[in-house]
Write a protein that binds this ligand. Structure first.
Ligand SMILES: Cc1cc2nc3c(=O)[nH]c(=O)nc-3n(C[C@H](O)[C@H](O)[C@H](O)COP(=O)(O)OP(=O)(O)OC[C@H]3O[C@@H](n4cnc5c(N)ncnc54)[C@H](O)[C@@H]3O)c2cc1C
Length: 421
C-alpha cells in the first residue's frame, strides 16, 4: 500500500479534513493529491468569503457556529485570516418576516440577530424601502422592505489564508501534498485477490482501493474524495451516487464612486460599511469590499439554471436579471457597468441543502455544501476524521458532541435548510 489515506482535492474541505486526520492518526501516512498547481484553486477560490451562523437547520447552525468559533480562535491566537464581523443584513418583506417568524423569534432569543425597524434602516442613505408604488417593481413582484434582520456573528474572512492555515498544520504534522496530479478514475479492487482478473467480478467483495492519476496508479487503505462540485466525475463512472448536483453561481464586481456612501456608513460594523446585504427578492446579495471601493453582487438563481459543470460567467445575466431589481432598492447602482465577473459551482444537495459526509465501498465522500462550505469547513474536517476512525460522536470546537451518522446518507438526521444563498 502506498499510503494509509489518500485525499483527493486540496480545497478547504480536503485541507481541513487532512489536518484533523493527521492530527488524530499521527502514525498514518496521508497524501493529498490535487490537479491544480496549488491549494484552494477550485470553488474555494471562487467563494465570496462570507460566514454566518444563521441557518434554519439546527445542524447547519451548529456546523457553522463551531467553525466560526474556531476561526475566531485562529484569528486571535494563531495567524491573521482577515476575519471581520461585517455582519449580514437581510432586508425582508412583511410576508417573508411572517413566514420565518418562529425561527426569527428563536434567533432573537439567542441574541444571534437583531431586528432593525424601518427607521433604523433609513440610516442607509439612498436605499429605497418602498418600491411597491413603482410600476416596474410591481411587474417584478418586488415588495417593500418591512424590517431588517441583522446577523451579528456574521462576517468575512480570507479563504486563501484559512486554507493556508490548514495546509501548514497538516504539513507540520508530516502530511504530504502532490500538486498537478489529476485523478482520472477510481480503482476498484477485490479485497481478496484471486489473480484471474484485474477488474473484480460481481461476486467478489470489492472496494475503492486506489486512484489512477496522470502520474500513474496510487493505492491506499482509504480514499477520501474532497472534490467539491466535481465529485460526480469520479463517482458516476463507478456507480456511487454523490447525492449532489453542480450548478453555476456567478459574482459581478461593480466599482464606482457613486457607491462611496454605501461603503462609508457608521453604526453597522467595524468596517464602517453597509453590511453584506440580501435583498427581499431572488436571493440577490451584495458584499461591500471597502478596500476595492466596490461591491460583489450575486444571486441565487434556481429554476432555469441547469445542473452542469459550466463556469462561463455571463455579463448579460447581471444586466437582465439582477440589475433591474437592484436599482429599485439601491438606485445608486443605476447605469453602473460590471467591472469584473467570475463564476464557480455550488455543490448542491438538492434534498436538504446540507453537506454530505458518508462512506460507501471504502471511499469517504465529503461534498454537497450548497454554497456555504467555507463557514463549516472546520466542523466538516473533524467529522471526516471521526468517520474514518469509526467514531459514533466527534467533538466540534468548543467540545460540542456531534453524531457522525447524522450527516451521512443511511442514517441521515438533519432538518432541511431554507436559507440558501
Ligand atoms: C460564487 C460562489 C460563492 C461562494 N461564496 C461562499 C461564501 O461566501 N461562504 C462560504 O462558506 N462558501 C461559499 N461558497 C461555497 C464554497 O466555495 C464551497 O462550499 C467550498 O469551497 C467547497 O470546498 P471544497 O474543498 O469542497 O471544494 P473545492 O474548493 O472545489 O476543492 C476541490 C478540489 O478538488 C480538486 N479536484 C477536483 N477533481 C479532481 C481530480 N479529479 N483530481 C485531482 N484533484 C481534483 C479541485 O481542483 C479542487 O481544488 C461559494 C461558492 C461559489 C461558487
Amino acid at each position: 500500500m502506498d499510503y494509509d489515506i489518500i485525499i483527493v482535492g486540496a480545497g478547504i474541505l480536503g485541507l481541513s479534513s487532512a489536518y484533523y486526520l493527521q492530527k488524530n492518526n499521527p502514525n498514518k501516512r496521508i497524501l493529498i493529491i490535487e490537479k491544480e498547481g496549488g491549494i484552494a484553486q477550485g470553488e474555494t477560490a471562487k467563494a465570496v468569503g462570507m460566514f454566518r451562523n444563521i441557518f434554519t437547520s439546527y445542524t447547519n447552525r451548529l456546523l457553522a457556529d463551531t467553525s466560526i468559533n474556531f476561526y475566531i480562535h485562529i484569528q486571535k491566537e494563531v495567524m491573521d485570516i482577515n476575519l471581520k464581523f461585517d455582519k449580514y443584513l437581510w432586508l425582508v418583506s412583511k410576508e417573508q418576516f411572517e413566514r420565518f417568524s418562529s425561527i426569527i423569534e428563536s434567533m432573537i432569543t439567542s441574541k444571534e440577530i437583531k431586528i432593525l425597524e424601518r427607521e433604523e434602516l433609513r440610516k442607509i442613505k439612498g436605499m429605497n424601502l418602498d418600491v411597491e408604488s413603482d410600476e416596474e417593481a410591481k411587474i417584478m413582484g418586488l415588495k417593500n422592505i418591512y424590517k431588517g434582520l441583522l446577523g451579528l456573528k456574521c462576517g468575512s474572512l480570507d479563504q486563501h489564508l484559512l486554507a493556508r492555515y490548514y495546509k501548514e498544520q497538516f504539513e507540520n504534522l508530516g502530511g504530504e501534498i502532490q500538486f498537478h496530479t489529476k485523478v482520472n478514475r477510481l480503482i476498484i479492487a477485490p479485497k481478496k485477490k484471486l489473480g484471474i482478473s484485474k477488474e473484480p467480478f460481481v461476486w467478489q467483495d470489492s472496494r475503492v482501493a486506489g486512484v489512477l492519476t496522470n502520474k500513474g496508479e496510487m493505492y491506499a487503505d482509504k480514499i477520501i474524495l474532497a472534490t467539491g462540485a466535481l465529485t460526480n466525475e469520479l463517482l458516476d463512472p463507478i456507480g456511487i451516487d454523490s447525492h449532489m448536483k453542480p450548478k453555476k453561481r456567478q459574482v459581478f464586481q461593480i466599482q464606482d464612486s457613486h457607491l462611496n456612501e454605501l461603503l462609508n456608513i457608521e453604526g453597522f460594523n467595524d468596517e464602517g460599511t453597509i453590511p453584506f446585504t440580501i435583498l427581499p427578492k431572488s436571493g440577490i446579495y451584495m458584499r461591500p469590499v471597502k478596500g476595492e471601493k466596490s461591491f460583489w453582487i450575486g444571486c441565487a438563481d434556481d429554476l432555469g439554471r441547469s445542473f452542469s459543470l459550466d463556469t462561463t460567467p455571463e455579463e448579460d445575466f447581471y444586466y437582465y436579471n439582477i440589475y433591474p431589481v437592484l436599482i429599485k432598492y439601491f438606485p445608486q447602482f443605476t447605469n453602473l457597468r460590471v467591472k469584473n465577473l467570475w463564476a464557480g459551482l455550488y455543490a448542491y444537495n438538492t434534498i436538504d441543502g446540507m453537506p454530505y459526509i458518508f462512506e460507501k465501498y471504502g471511499v469517504i465522500v465529503v461534498t454537497g455544501c450548497s454554497g456555504s462550505g467555507l463557514m463549516k469547513a472546520d466542523a466538516i474536517g473533524r467529522i471526516v476524521d471521526g468517520l474514518y476512525r469509526g467514531e459514533e460522536f466527534v467533538r466540534l470546537y468548543g467540545n460540542l458532541n456531534f453524531r457522525v451518522s447524522d450527516i451521512g446518507v443511511e442514517k441521515r438526521n438533519v432538518d432541511r435548510e431554507e436559507f440558501l444563498l
